[in-house]
Design a protein around this ligand. Structure first.
Ligand SMILES: [Zn+2]
Length: 114
């Protein structure tokens, strides 16, 4: 079956509402759970101090990794600020590719032109 991508768009990394997302992940019945990054309530309070649409690098510093505020490229697994989002419409899963991975793919096409 041919795969036809029905949506193609540029995604931009964002940390909008990250504090609320953090709370819903790490607070159960009013109690905070511990994380590998440290005390989840302290992290939540620090995220709240950044405002509703915080800087993505500041969020990564507070949490200790980029997974909450950057995009993860499906080609190279690196965290990036921009990616092309592809979805063929048959899956909930979006495929994100960074510019470098897209360019490598186009170079691979060019290499086999004939
Ligand atoms: Zn990539």
């Amino acid at each position: 079956m041919p795969v036809i991508f029905r949506t193609t768009s540029i995604e931009i990394a964002s940390a909008a509402n990250v504090a609320e997302r953090w709370r819903s992940q790490y607070q159960r019945d009013g109690k905070w759970t511990r994380t590998a990054s440290g005390d989840s309530e302290e992290i939540y309070n620090a995220l709240c101090d950044l405002g509703r649409n915080p800087d993505i690098a500041a969020v990564a510093t507070i949490i200790g990794n980029k997974s909450w505020s950057y995009l993860s490229c499906d080609g190279c697994d690196k965290y990036v600020t921009h990616a092309v989002k592809l979805n063929h419409g048959y899956s909930e899963k979006d495929h994100l590719l960074c510019r470098n991975c897209l360019e490598r793919g186009i170079a691979a096409f060019d290499a086999v032109k004939g």
